[in-house]
Ligand binder design. Structure first.
Ligand code: CP
Ligand code: NVA
Length: 308
C-alpha cells in the first residue's frame, strides 16, 4: 500500500476529506483523550518528523501537541539543521528519514520540495504550507465554520485579499465540500491559473471578482489573510498598495449575511488586511480557528498513520 500522503485537498477523495473533518470534530469532543473508536493502536511507538523551511507558531505547536496527545512523539527540525542545506538531495533525505520516522510534515518554500519528499518517502508526507497551498489550515477552518453554522455544503464563503496559498486551498475545498466560494482580489494578485482551471474543470462554484462588496454579499463567512506572505517581503510596498481596498473592516462585514463569521488563519496584521474591530469583535472566530488546528492535525495524523 502506498503511504497516505496529505499533500493537497484536490488530491484526496471527497469522502475521505469528509471523514477527516468529522474525525476532527470527534477529536475535539474527546479533548486530550482519543475517541474510543479511534484508539490508535501502536501509535505509542510512532514518531512524526516536522521540517520547517519557514517560521511557524500554530502549525509547529499544534502538530507537536497533536502527536503527543495521540500517544506518539514528534521531533522538529529547521531546514538549516539538515544536510540538505549543504547539498544533500531531498530525495536521499526523504529515503533516509523514512527509515527512522513514521510520518514527515514539511513547511516548504517551494511546492516542488513537498512533492519531491512525497515521491521519495516511504512514509506519509503532510503539507504544512507551501508557496502554493495550505491544506491543513482549511480542514481546521471547515471544522470552525461547521461548529457554529452547521454543515458547510451549499453555504457561501467569501475571500477578500491576496489570491495566495490559503485562498488556493479554499478553492480546492469549495469543490470537494460543495460550497460556494466568492473571491475578491486585485487582478494582479488573482489565484493561479492552474488552481482556477482545476476548479472550472471539476465544476466548482467559484466567483472571481475585483469587487470585495460583491464577493461578500450574503456570505456566511468572510475570510482574509496577510497581504505579504512569507517569502514576499521584497514585494510588500506593491502588495499593500494593490490590496488596500480589500481590507476586511466593519463596513465590508455589513455587506455579508447577518451573523456572518470572520476567519483568518493568523498571523494577522490589524489595520492592514483586517481592522481591529472585526478581528477582535463578536463575529470573529479566529481563536477557535487556531485551536481547531490541533484537533484537525490529530485527525489528519490518524488518517495518514492508518490508525483511524
Ligand atoms: N496559520 C498558520 O499556519 O500559522 P503558523 O504560520 O503560525 O503555523
Ligand atoms: N499566506 C500566509 C499564511 C501563513 C500561515 C503565508 O504563506 O505566509
Amino acid at each position: 500500500m502506498p503511504p497516505r500522503h496529505f499533500l493537497d485537498i484536490d488530491r484526496i477523495d471527497a469522502r475521505t476529506l469528509r471523514r477527516i473533518v468529522d474525525m476532527g470534530h470527534a477529536m475535539k469532543r474527546a479533548g486530550k483523550r482519543v475517541p474510543a473508536k479511534l484508539t490508535p493502536d501502536g501509535i505509542e511507538s510512532m514518531v512524526l518528523m516536522l521540517i520547517f523551511e519557514k517560521p511557524s507558531t500554530r502549525t509547529r505547536v499544534s502538530f507537536d501537541v497533536a502527536m503527543r496527545q495521540l500517544g506518539g512523539q514528534s521531533l522538529a527540525l529547521n531546514q538549516a539543521d539538515l544536510q540538505v542545506g549543504r547539498g544533500e538531495p531531498i530525495a536521499d533525505t526523504a529515503k533516509v528519514v523514512s527509515r527512522y520516522v513514521d510520518a514527515i510534515m514539511i513547511r516548504a518554500n517551494r511546492h516542488a520540495t513537498l512533492t519531491e519528499y512525497a515521491e521519495n518517502a516511504t512514509v506519509p508526507v503532510i503539507n504544512g504550507l507551501t508557496d502554493r497551498t495550505h491544506p491543513c489550515q482549511i480542514i481546521a477552518d471547515i471544522m470552525t465554520f461547521e461548529e457554529v453554522k452547521g454543515p458547510i455544503e451549499g453555504r457561501r464563503i467569501a475571500w477578500s485579499g491576496d489570491g495566495n496559498n490559503v485562498a488556493a486551498s479554499w478553492i480546492h475545498a469549495a469543490a470537494q465540500f460543495k460550497f460556494k466560494l466568492a473571491i475578491a482580489c486585485p487582478p494582479q494578485l488573482n489565484p493561479g491559473n492552474e488552481v482556477l482551471a482545476w476548479a472550472k474543470g471539476v465544476g466548482a462554484e467559484i466567483l472571481l471578482t475585483d469587487d470585495p462588496h460583491e464577493a461578500v454579499t450574503d456570505a456566511d463567512c468572510v475570510v482574509t489573510d496577510t497581504w505579504v506572505s512569507m517569502g514576499q517581503q521584497s514585494d510588500a510596498p506593491r502588495r499593500k498598495q494593490l490590496l488596500g481596498a480589500y481590507a476586511v473592516d466593519e463596513a465590508l462585514m455589513r455587506s455579508a449575511a447577518p451573523g456572518a463569521l470572520f476567519m483568518h488563519c493568523l498571523p494577522a496584521y490589524r489595520g492592514l488586511e483586517v481592522s481591529a474591530g472585526v478581528i477582535d469583535g463578536p463575529q470573529s472566530v479566529v481563536w477557535d480557528e487556531a485551536e481547531n488546528r490541533l484537533h484537525a492535525q490529530k485527525a489528519i495524523l490518524a488518517w495518514c498513520l492508518g490508525v483511524d
